[in-house]
Write a protein that binds this ligand. Structure first.
Ligand SMILES: Cc1ncc(COP(=O)(O)O)c(C=O)c1O
Length: 308
């Protein structure tokens, strides 16, 4: 199976898609990227790409912060992605990674407006990022979430993910599955690569977008599904750390992480320490939706048939 990448405006074998050590983005983290899922539907021999247009729109917003011009419209990006996915031919779940970056060979130059841009896209197989079947054990990170006043968490920038890597590494080395970061003010923000929700007295809550979260596309999908299918509204507001401990259910959402239950935080069990029933219902519906099995949400899924 050929592993291809879209690089310098054409599809090439991945071994040929290389950048120099002089590349600005490599030296300074001046890249922005997206993570998009293609979800394999075995019965249909089709990969369903979830909410591609929203991901490319967010990439454009991230690139605005870094003054990077993406040389394609969203429609063109979807065409490139579809060709790349079809030609790579993975018959399993995949992860699509478009990256827009300061591609100029330049060090000792921090003037974003004066640097040339580049763009590439790759696709790779990716199963579960977190164990979606098992409730996760999380820790409140000692690292604070980056702030909009420093590196905006609203943009998915390469450099910004040092914050996530520090938190994730600390959590895993301490025996936890995932980190939950707080804002500088002490409000719950998000996981290292996921948004967070809690259920309390039948109501869903998630941190407000002003609490330094990446405005997640899965977050948005889950809020819609919870409302439309279960009649549960989600309140977006600042959340304190101990509200998580006292919640009836907690879960994480993200393109890589899907919808992953959390059963313990900082050695405190959430409710009875088992996966909650609302979490399970939302997770089941979400998995059907992303594999194109719930036609009501087919406008979120782009089918790409994969040749045998
Ligand atoms: C820090 C962070 N928060 C939240 C998310 C979830 O966002 P989405 O659902 O759009 O993938 C991600 C994943 O991209 C992330 O990296």
């Amino acid at each position: 199976m050929p592993q291809l990448a879209y690089f310098k405006k054409k599809l090439v074998p991945i071994e040929q898609a290389n950048v120099s050590i002089l590349t600005h983005a490599f030296n300074y983290g001046t890249s922005c990227f997206e993570g998009i899922r293609g979800n394999w539907n075995e019965q249909e021999g089709t990969t369903y790409v979830f909410r591609a247009a929203e991901h490319f729109d967010r990439l454009r917003q991230s690139s605005k912060l870094l003054m990077i011009k993406i040389p394609h419209t969203t429609e063109e990006l979807i065409t490139i992605m579809s060709e790349l996915v079809a030609k790579c031919g993975y018959r399993e779940d995949i992860y699509i990674r478009p990256v827009a970056y300061k591609g100029q060979h330049a060090v000792a130059n921090l003037r974003l407006h004066a640097l040339e841009d580049d763009f590439h896209m790759l696709v790779m197989p990716l199963g579960n990022y977190l164990d979606v079947t098992k409730g996760q054990k999380c820790m409140t990170s000692t690292w604070r979430r980056i702030d909009d006043m420093a590196i905006s968490p609203r943009a998915k920038t390469g450099g910004g993910y040092i914050n996530s890597a520090l938190a994730k590494t600390e959590a895993v080395l301490n025996g936890y599955d995932e980190a939950i970061m707080l804002t500088n003010e002490g409000h719950v923000s998000e996981g290292s690569g996921e948004n967070i929700f809690l259920l309390s007295r039948g109501k869903l809550m998630t941190p407000a977008v002003t609490d330094n979260v990446l405005v997640g596309i899965t977050r948005d999908a889950i809020m819609k599904v919870a409302k439309d299918e279960l009649g549960i509204e989600t309140m977006e507001r600042s959340i304190d750390r101990t509200e998580l401990y006292n919640a009836d259910e907690v879960f994480l959402t993200g393109t890589a992480a899907h919808l992953t239950p959390v059963v313990e935080i900082d050695h405190r069990e959430i409710a009875d320490g088992k996966i909650g029933s609302v979490t399970k219902k939302l997770q089941d519906m979400y998995f059907d939706i992303i594999r194109g099995k719930n036609k009501k949400y087919s406008n979120w899924c782009l089918p790409i048939s994969i040749a045998k």
